[in-house]
Design a protein. Structure first.
Length: 479
């Protein structure tokens, strides 16, 4: 009996080993995706999902409020037309919010913009979920996949909302123009534009492989079964209904199947030959597309780069947009530092004012902020000696004049005396004011660093003791 039990256990172990070998090919190994990577994916996508819901809900409320305002204006001109045009507006906005919060469902199978990295990550997680290639906690993978699916669904819903609102605004413009009320659409158009810009920021996060931890799945690319899985289940495969892309690699045009609704390669070649060679049957060039469409491709690329977003819902604004409008508070902040040097005299040694500042960009052309400075005394070249020669508090404002030149001004409160202890700085009667205005020139140092040369005039310099210079020259750097 004991020997039979041992044989049974050995037989079961052998069956399990064979099954595992069937599931993993001879060159495949289990993929261990770190828990850190899965947590990052889950937290990033869940956070985006929450943000999409909140800011889309605020946007829909603003749009509904704008429409009610337009309805009141139109009612004064034509009450019957106003009632007809806005009869179902409240219901439509209520329905969109219900869909957004999951209270209603809508079929959006292929709506929305294709995001390559999202598709890749989704295939990675689905492959690990459906096969035995992961030694990681299956619950974490499922949770990450659920969060990714949720944010992807939100983007699809939003795409449906955008199409509806685009058609809605076209209808409103046709009716309002009849009564000379088209100007009241401007506020509504602004809301739509800035919403689209903010949405593009969220999409850029989803299209960033580093933020989605795609590098953690590199090992999957080496597994043949993953490549087969990707080809059969990716977004592109679902669109074209093709189950094996690699099977057609290097194949002739006649071997590639025709897709319903799309022209075949041979049809395109014949049309291009006739179009670019005047219907004369060709001029010996075997690839008329490459010859005739090169210039057109470049022009389209330039137009695409100028466009704020390249999707079906993108629109050119009918006003001059403020790029900062769609930025979050933290992304409007700009940190910097600047230096100012002072010459020695009978009372003070050579000094260097070292300042740090933080600016808030209220417009792409302007910002305001606050800062603090420390005046370092270092003696002279013959006698180098470190000392504390003062501190200061600053406020400033700058606005673009033209090109790289800005007007710059501010108010400062400075302690211009040497000190040894913090207690000395509490003597507020020793602090002195400065009112500054001048110009600055900004230039690019690197991709993330900008430099500036600042010249200011202090209108209160004559009140200072010890006397300071009326002209202030500073070198600055912003990050």
């Amino acid at each position: 009996m004991k020997n039979s039990l041992v044989l049974l256990i050995m037989a079961m172990s052998y069956v399990n080993m064979v099954a595992a070998q069937e599931n993993l090919s001879q060159n495949d190994t289990a993929i261990n995706v770190s828990q850190r990577a899965l947590n990052k994916i889950q937290s990033t996508t869940a956070g985006l999902d929450n943000e999409l819901v909140k800011f889309t809900d605020r946007f829909l409320k603003r749009m509904e409020k704008q429409e009610k305002k337009i309805k009141r204006k139109l009612a004064k001109a034509d009450s019957a037309s106003s009632e007809k045009l806005f009869a179902d507006a409240d219901k439509e906005y209520s329905k969109m919010r219900n869909i957004l919060f999951g209270k209603e469902t809508v079929n959006v199978n292929r709506a929305g913009e294709y995001l390559a990295f999202v598709d890749s990550l989704k295939m990675n997680l689905q492959f690990l979920t459906n096969t035995g290639y992961s030694s990681t906690n299956a619950a974490s993978i499922a949770k990450s996949l659920g969060s990714l699916n949720s944010v992807q669904d939100k983007l699809k819903y939003i795409s449906v909302f955008q199409r509806y609102l685009k058609e809605r605004r076209q209808l409103l413009r046709l009716e309002l123009d009849k009564y000379g009320l088209g100007k009241y659409l401007k506020g509504l158009n602004k809301d739509v534009y800035y919403y689209s810009q903010k949405l593009n920021e969220y999409k850029s996060i989803l299209n960033d492989p580093k933020k989605l931890e795609l590098t953690a799945f590199r090992a999957l690319q080496k597994i043949p079964k993953f490549k087969e899985f990707f080809e059969k289940n990716s977004y592109i495969a679902s669109v074209f209904g093709i189950q094996n892309f690699t099977a057609y690699a290097g194949a002739s045009s006649s071997a590639i199947p025709d897709f319903p609704g799309l022209q075949s390669r041979n049809q395109v070649d014949r049309y291009a030959a006739n179009a670019f060679n005047g219907g004369a049957g060709g001029s010996g060039n075997s690839d008329p597309l490459q010859q005739g469409l090169g210039k057109l491709r470049n022009e389209l690329d330039q137009l695409k780069n100028k466009s704020s977003s390249w999707d079906e819902n993108a629109e050119m604004p009918d006003f001059k947009p403020n790029e900062m409008k769609s930025k979050s508070f933290l992304k409007r902040l700009e940190f910097g530092t600047n230096l100012q040097f002072g010459r020695p005299n009978a009372l003070v040694p050579s000094t260097a004012d070292i300042a740090g500042q933080i600016a808030y960009k209220f417009h792409q052309n302007g910002s305001f902020g606050i800062g603090a400075s420390y005046k370092l005394g270092y003696g002279n070249l013959r006698r180098f000696s470190i000392s504390h020669q003062g501190v200061g508090l600053r406020s400033f404002l700058d606005y673009k004049l033209k090109g790289q030149f800005y007007i710059n001004g501010g108010f400062e409160y400075n302690y211009h005396h040497s000190f040894r202890t913090i207690e000395q700085l509490r003597d507020f009667s020793a602090w002195q004011s400065s009112a500054l205005i001048g110009v600055s020139k900004k230039y690019k140092v690197s991709k993330k660093v900008k430099g500036s040369i600042i010249i200011l005039y202090d209108f209160l310099y004559y009140q200072h003791s010890p006397r300071t210079q009326p002209l202030v020259f500073r070198l600055g750097y912003n990050f």
